[in-house]
Design a binder for this molecule. Structure first.
Ligand code: PLP
Length: 382
């Protein structure tokens, strides 16, 4: 059997055709395929606006810039996420406040968040970046209530959860990134994610003011829009009105993204089938202490199991050609964040989770036969 990674992209002939057609067109960098991708993505998640950018990290950075994070501001996020969820605060000289996770869901513990906000008597905390980690949606309704109570903004990091959803207190489906509760939401199109564009990212929002700002910041803070110009010297004229970046996505990446998006629902169905098969295979296995399980609305970017002897199982699988992964090493334990004062022992639930977690192969083209081999190899361990 060929090596089995924990995640991988699925590129079809249709995807290749879409990219080649764009390469033959007049546009390589930002052209008509960007708006097409943005419109298709906004309608997929149900937001009013979408802004395509170079990658998920750029998306996060533009969000913290647009929200005006600056020195002295504090922003809460989870330690169990990819570095970019926290780093975007540092890019703007803000301070990261890690809140511990809920050991059941692996998501940021909103009770802990409430406590942190209550203790912030100086009101330095300006926002929160909840992460729909592994594809499991954070309860954004509860998060919004907290945000409103304490006057802070929300950037939902939904990189793991395109197509994921939660039911709110009225039983209404709230799709990740639809902007009903969050101010901004971001996605990544890195190859291990649901939608692959090589690199790529998207910001979704229902806030027109923030949308306009993001559009400006994506291209150096430069505008040619006649109604926004302070002066106008002629057809060539443009103005740099803010300090922005080149965070544009290329047209051929957008074409790939749009083509991939057409199969997003199909991929999600398959991911949920794979999750259900893992769940039933492991539910009565004593050495598997906990697993992602079957959760309505979960987008299953990752399927996680908890085992005491994780390192041995990881090595055992590797020897058999199965490349499981660990998501994530808690961010507060990284040398960079330790250098800012964080230390081991600060976030016990995240640290305990890190000691035992393992992400199993999870991607739509994983066949039943391959998954059975993964399950079998795990069951034969010990
Ligand atoms: C939760 C999370 N946030 C942000 C990012 C950053 O996305 P990108 O790799 O596209 O910059 C990633 C992806 O790796 C991620 O998993």
């Amino acid at each position: 059997m060929k090596p089995i990674p924990y995640g991988r992209q699925n590129i079809t002939e249709e995807d290749i055709k879409a990219v080649v057609e764009t390469l033959k067109s007049d546009f390589l960098t930002q052209g008509p395929k960007i708006a097409e991708f943005e419109n298709a993505f906004a309608s997929y998640v149900g937001s009013n606006y979408a802004v395509a950018v170079a990658n998920g990290t750029a998306a996060l950075h533009l969000c913290t810039l647009a929200l005006g994070v600056s020195a002295g501001d504090k922003v809460i996020t989870t330690p169990i996420t990819f570095a970019a969820s926290a780093n975007c605060v540092r890019y703007c000289d803000g301070e990261v406040v890690f809140a511990d996770i809920d050991s059941e869901t692996y998501l940021i513990d909103l009770n802990r968040v409430r406590q942190i906000l209550r203790e912030d008597t100086e009101r330095k905390i300006k926002g929160i970046i909840p992460v729909d980690f592994a594809g499991r949606p954070v309860d954004m309704e509860v998060c919004r209530n907290l945000a409103d109570e304490f006057g802070i903004w929300i950037i939902e990091d939904a990189c793991h959860a395109p197509g994921g959803f939660l039911r709110n207190s009225q039983g209404k489906k709230v799709v990740c990134g639809n902007g009903i509760y969050s101010d901004l939401a971001i996605f990544s199109f890195h190859p291990v994610k649901h939608i692959a564009a090589g690199e790529g990212g998207m910001i979704t929002t229902n806030n027109k003011k923030l949308y306009d700002k993001l559009i400006l910041l994506r291209t150096h803070g430069i505008t040619k829009s006649p109604d926004l110009l302070h002066e106008n010297h002629g057809g060539w004229y443009y103005e740099m009105q803010e300090l922005g970046f080149n965070y544009r996505l290329t047209d051929f990446q957008a074409a790939l993204g749009t083509s991939q998006l057409k199969r997003a629902d199909e991929g999600l169905i398959r991911r949920r089938q794979i999750a259900a098969r893992y769940f039933s295979a492991f539910k009565n296995v004593p050495f598997i202490r906990r697993q992602s399980g079957v959760v309505e609305g979960h987008a299953y970017h990752l399927y996680i199991i908890e085992v005491d002897n994780r390192k041995e199982l990881y090595e055992h699988l590797k020897q058999k050609g199965i490349f499981a992964q660990v998501h994530y090493i808690p961010l507060h334990m990284m040398p960079y964040y330790r250098g800012l004062g964080w230390k081991k022992g600060d976030l016990p639930s995240a640290e305990r989770y890190y000691d035992v977690c393992l992400s199993l192969p999870m991607y739509p083209t994983l066949s039943d036969k391959e998954q059975d081999y993964v399950i079998d190899t795990i069951l034969k361990f010990q």
